[in-house]
Design a protein around this ligand. Structure first.
Ligand code: SIN
Length: 280
């Protein structure tokens, strides 16, 4: 059956229908899906009802799945982690834990941060729980040339343990995991390895400081860039349908979870991250 593609947002995001991923797609279909992702930054494959093995096999078509040992996973599938409305902040006040509720790009504290993230919506709330995205190519390209030239020169130190307070609830991280993840320094503007386009590379809650700037000055600059990038003309809001698999490119997007669904409503996602490269 042919795949039907439909654009979802003005600046980015495309949906693919007509696939049943319980059996592996043909090489031709896999190539079409990869192309759709590189061109649209976000690919939503609709209407899936598949087991973790088939999900993992699908995401492997886009790159190498990674294991994140500190996040709960599906039994027998360490690379398939889970995000649930039942997750609670057990070390804090016991309230609902919404992972990723700040604008961010995944795992920027790593020397090779994840290139892609996939979320599979097995249970989605009727109201709320959308995921928002900001197109960091478009945000960069909209800046005046002199500003872009200055930003091109900057490097940022990212750390697993957020250096800034007050950016929301995050999963607590065991000291032995923290010890395995020293800070990493990345350019503030990176060039995408597939498309050659430049994008702002910003993840507010992982950024420790900008090299050569006072900490507060660096944080102000990051805040200013985030505010710029989340203007409506650069963003897309994904309203989940049950069975959506959404794959996005962390190298040119920020994203944000929304915990705005009612208490008692359920949301259950399976997440896979795909290995990336050293940002340049
Ligand atoms: C994430 O930040 O990876 C989670 C996004 C979401 O749950 O909407």
């Amino acid at each position: 059956m042919a795949i039907t593609f439909t654009k979802l947002g003005g600046h980015m995001a495309i949906a693919a229908e007509g696939l049943d991923l319980s059996t592996p797609p043909s090489a031709e279909a896999a190539a079409q899906l990869r192309q759709a992702l590189w061109e649209n930054q976000i690919l939503c494959i609709r209407g899936q009802a598949i087991a973790p093995g088939a999900y993992l096999a699908t995401i492997s078509l886009f790159g190498e799945p990674q294991v994140r040992p500190e996040i709960p996973h599906v039994e027998g599938f360490p690379a398939v982690t889970t995000l649930s409305s039942e997750d609670r902040d057990l070390k804090g006040d016991g309230k609902r834990l919404v992972a990723g509720a700040n604008w961010h790009s995944d795992d920027t504290f790593m020397a090779r941060p994840s290139a892609l993230t996939a979320l599979y919506g097995l249970i989605v709330p009727e109201v709320g729980g959308d995921t928002e995205y900001a197109n960091m190519y478009a945000a960069y390209e909209a800046l005046p040339q002199a500003r872009r030239q200055y930003l091109d020169t900057l490097k940022v130190v990212h750390a697993m343990k957020p250096a800034r307070e007050g950016l929301g609830r995050t999963r607590s991280i065991a000291p032995e995991i923290l010890a395995q993840c020293p800070p990493s320094t990345h350019p503030l503007v990176r060039t995408h390895p597939q498309t050659g386009r430049k994008a702002l590379y910003v993840s507010r809650n992982r950024m420790d400081h900008i090299v050569g700037l006072e900490r507060e000055e660096g944080h102000r600059l990051i805040d200013e860039l985030v505010e710029h990038a989340i203007q409506p003309q650069f963003t897309y809001r994904h309203r989940w349908r049950q069975g959506d698999i959404v794959i996005w490119d962390n190298r040119c997007l920020m994203h944000k979870a929304n915990g705005d669904y009612p208490e008692g409503a359920r949301r259950f996602m399976q997440r896979i991250i795909v290995a990336g490269e050293v940002p340049v």
